[in-house]
Design a protein around this ligand. Structure first.
Ligand SMILES: C[S@@+](CC[C@H](N)C(=O)[O-])C[C@H]1O[C@@H](n2cnc3c(N)ncnc32)[C@H](O)[C@@H]1O
Length: 381
């Protein structure tokens, strides 16, 4: 069995949304990573085996954690195929396991990501066919082995995706609404809000409840991958089941109970409320999240509360004019009914910030899921 790059160096790469590198680096530090350095749309870091399992299990912000197998100069498709065939893929796969490849290619002789992924896949399945006469299958939805191919300026990196797919899929979202927020974005917003459970958190546009569920997971120390069944690190040749069991047992033992009525939300849509009730059923202690159907204008005044929310932003939901009016009315609601509260508002469209009619204390651009959004903080005196 060969020794792969991650084994020789303990080097890994975490992918996250553009603009969130700083928060990802802070999270990695808390989780015990070392040599943490920013990269393109992600962060390089070092970790030992126990720590890397822990990072994959607990990270709230990263969408993928990648373990590099090889890095090589790659100027042609032929060379990619040949070099990929030098890896003994039976270290990672058997004929009964499935495979999928994500790829990103930029500024290189090979200039088509899909095509590059296809070549890597051919190299893998051809190796099996030559040895056994049969080939493993591709399953893009729920593969056993998820690989990542990255080629930048003719330097290629082939990695195993240790989460086995994007980590924003926590497993609690069974039903969705029209414009749900990505879970990793919701977790980043919560981190920036610095809410630590010291007072009530309220989301008056809760939709399918992503911010509420992420708040619960954070408050109760529920590992972000608690509901995940498959992990890519299970396919690594040096996977150690006893270390993984210890990591998981320790993390799960740290789950705490939540105080009643700490996390609350409302939404005008009956479908959103149905989605939030279905989604939250999977998480421990989730019954303590209180949600109800209401227009924000009909809410009682909020006292001593942290408001964290994502109002409609007029791209996919409703039109620009009605969104502008809704935000103006929401600004009036904050001024008149929320004195003494703080509000953290994520606008999916940064041009909407001025429609609220309140001056933010700070603004932080946060791009995610195709949205060029911004988070703003308001102190309501
Ligand atoms: C961008 S979505 C929120 C998505 C949510 N963060 C999630 O992850 O599912 C905005 C939500 O505002 C709700 N909404 C629109 N007008 C409202 C109003 N006047 N009062 C309360 N909720 C409203 C919509 O039903 C929608 O669910």
């Amino acid at each position: 069995m060969s020794e792969y790059l991650y084994q020789k160096t303990n080097h890994y790469f975490g992918q996250l949304a553009s603009g969130t590198e700083k928060y990802g680096m802070a999270e990695l530090q808390e989780l015990g990573a070392t040599n943490i350095k920013p990269g393109y749309l992600g962060v390089f870091f070092c970790a030992n085996q126990r720590t890397i399992y822990d990072i994959v299990y607990r990270t709230r912000i990263f969408s993928r954690i990648l373990a590099p197998l090889i890095v090589f100069d790659c100027h042609s498709e032929k060379y990619l195929y040949k070099t990929a065939q030098n890896i003994d893929w039976s270290d990672f796969l058997t004929l009964t396991k499935t495979l999928a490849i994500t790829s990103n290619v930029a500024d290189s002789n090979i200039n088509h990501s899909q095509y590059a992924a296809q070549i890597l896949k051919d190299a893998i399945v051809d190796q099996f066919r030559e040895k056994t006469g049969e080939r493993p299958s591709v399953d893009t939805r729920n593969p056993d082995l998820q690989l990542n191919l990255y080629i930048y300026q003719n330097k290629a990196r082939i990695s195993v995706d240790l989460g086995g797919g994007s980590l924003h899929k926590r497993g609690y979202r069974v039903e969705s609404v029209e414009a749900p927020m990505q879970e990793t974005l919701a977790a980043t917003i919560l981190r920036l809000s610095e809410w630590k459970g010291e007072r009530t958190l309220y989301d008056p546009f809760c939709g399918s409840g992503t911010l509420l569920c992420e708040a619960l997971m954070k408050q109760c120390n529920i590992p972000a991958a608690y509901l995940r069944h498959k992990f890519g690190f299970l396919r690594l040749p040096d996977f150690d089941a006893s270390v993984w069991n210890q990591v998981k047992t320790k993390a799960n033992a740290e789950i705490t109970e939540m105080a009643d009525e700490l996390i609350k939300g409302s939404d005008i849509s009956a479908d959103a409320l149905k989605a939030v009730r279905t989604n939250r059923s999977a998480l421990p202690d989730v019954g303590k999240i209180k949600v109800r159907r209401s227009d924000f204008k009909a809410l009682e005044p909020l006292e001593n509360t942290t408001i964290i929310t994502n109002p409609p932003y007029g791209i996919r939901l409703g039109d620009q004019e009605s969104t502008a009016l809704l935000l103006k009315e929401f600004g009036d609601f904050l001024k008149q009914k929320c004195t003494g509260c703080s509000a953290f508002i994520y606008y999916g469209d940064a041009t909407l910030v001025k429609k609220l009619g309140l001056k933010p204390e700070w603004k932080q651009p946060l791009r995610s899921g195709g949205l060029d959004g911004v988070l703003c903080k308001y102190e309501l005196y």
